[in-house]
Design a protein around this ligand. Structure first.
Ligand code: PLP
Length: 402
């Protein structure tokens, strides 16, 4: 009988750890070691041959890191997970694993800038091509499939426009063509969206963001739906490319992850309050938030997400000058990229995260010079509203001058 799955609120605290195997330590110990000693030569031989379980060398596995991997497997509804030294290390591992020269990767209309950069390198060096397309319906996905397409790589909601990918449609088309689906679930966290439960093969995270939630770790996690395949990736691509997570970062992540559900509830409720506030501001032109009733794909959002998340994008009247003046007028809210931290962060995609995208492509993606992205933190919303109001007031006179 299949073991009953724990609720996510319990799994983030308990799953994958048994204190009786660790001197009764309540908290997962930090195994800060690079290697492990074998009891005898034969044990070493057995472990290398894969005939017995046990540690060999920390690039192939570490007890602290393994607790995190088991916990992530459970909360994403997968069958295995691997932790990496950054979100990008998990992106590169899965793309190296799935593709060979001549293959084609079909991507959502927007993907993380460095993922796009990696795909450009792969195209230039190995002839692995990619396309970025809108994926709201099955027809749109189907049209873009080529005979050499081996996987569909998506992010949803897409950064920073909050456009959605229809995961149900993507999975249906992928199954028809027998190709794999990878979802970068960083923006939602496993608390808000579980693509493997909807039929995706792999989910990955920049653990730097909501999973850790405290802004003090760079890390990544890849979760898969097939235990044997994940073990294979561990002993090939992960071992040989080597972008592993350090035991200390795994230890910090285990600490951060324990409060994922509590933090996400607050990120979401704070975000709802801020969306309502922004709607009353004459100086704000467009608001992009997945669960906003005016979002063109709110139906898709409500089918695949538990809540709308903690990220809000909006356009301020004016252009780059007004957007920058607004950022400079904030004091509590910090100007920073990254997301998912306790601190509320704001950034200007046109000159920061998406500065390398040529202006015409930026326009086509819906990223104007007046677009701003907020990562709503855990502060009291009265203080956030005060900071935003004060900054809006300071920018208004500048607008009247034009
Ligand atoms: C930050 C981020 C990444 C990259 O993760 P790192 O931990 O910075 O390497 C990938 N995808 C998304 C959606 C991200 O926000």
């Amino acid at each position: 009988m299949k073991e009953k799955e724990m609720k996510i609120e319990t799994a983030v605290i308990h799953k994958g750890y048994d204190s009786s195997n660790h001197h009764d330590s309540l908290v997962t110990p930090l195994y800060q070691t690079s290697t492990y000693s074998f009891a005898n030569a034969e044990q070493g031989e057995d472990r290398f041959a894969g005939n017995s379980e046990g540690n060999i060398y920390s690039r192939l596995g570490n007890p602290t890191v393994r607790v995190l991997e088991e916990r992530m497997t459970e909360i994403e509804g997968g069958q295995g997970a691997l932790a990496f030294g950054s979100g990008m290390a998990s992106v590169s591992a899965i793309l190296i694993y799935l593709t060979k020269a001549g293959d084609h990767v079909l991507c959502s209309r927007g993907i993380y800038g460095c993922t796009f950069g990696l795909l450009e390198i792969m195209e230039e060096k190995y002839g692995i091509t990619h396309d970025l397309v809108s994926m709201t319906t099955e027809e749109e996905v189907e049209k873009a499939i080529r005979p050499e397409t081996v996987c569909i790589y998506v992010e949803t909601p897409i950064n920073p426009t909050m456009e959605l990918v229809n995961l149900e449609a993507v999975v249906a088309v992928a199954n028809k063509h027998n190709i794999r689906v990878i979802v970068d679930n960083t923006f939602c966290s496993p608390y808000l969206q579980n693509p493997i439960r909807m039929g995706a093969d792999f989910v990955l995270h920049s653990a730097t963001k909501y999973l850790n939630g405290h802004g003090d770790v760079v890390g990544g996690v890849l979760v898969g739906s097939d235990a044997e395949e994940m073990q294979h990736i561990r002993m090939t691509v992960q071992k040989d490319v080597g972008g592993i997570m350090s035991p200390f970062d795994a230890w910090l992540l285990l600490r951060g992850l324990k409060t994922l559900h509590v933090r996400m509830d607050r990120h979401v409720s704070n975000a709802k309050t801020i969306v309502a506030f922004l709607k009353q501001q004459e100086i704000v032109e467009n608001i992009y938030y997945p669960f906003d009733e005016n979002h063109p794909q709110v139906d898709i959002a409500k089918r695949q997400m538990r809540e709308g998340g903690g990220l809000i994008s909006f356009e301020i009247r004016g252009g780059k000058k007004e957007a920058q003046a607004f950022l400079n007028a904030l004091s509590l809210i910090k100007i920073a990229v990254s997301l998912g931290d306790a601190e509320t962060l704001i950034q200007h995609p046109a000159t920061m995260t998406h500065a390398v995208v040529p202006p015409e492509s930026r326009q086509a993606m819906g990223i104007s010079d007046s677009l701003l992205r907020l990562s709503i933190g855990l502060e009291h919303t009265d203080d956030l509203v005060n900071d935003l109001s004060k900054a809006f007031e300071q920018v208004k006179p500048k607008l009247q001058e034009i």
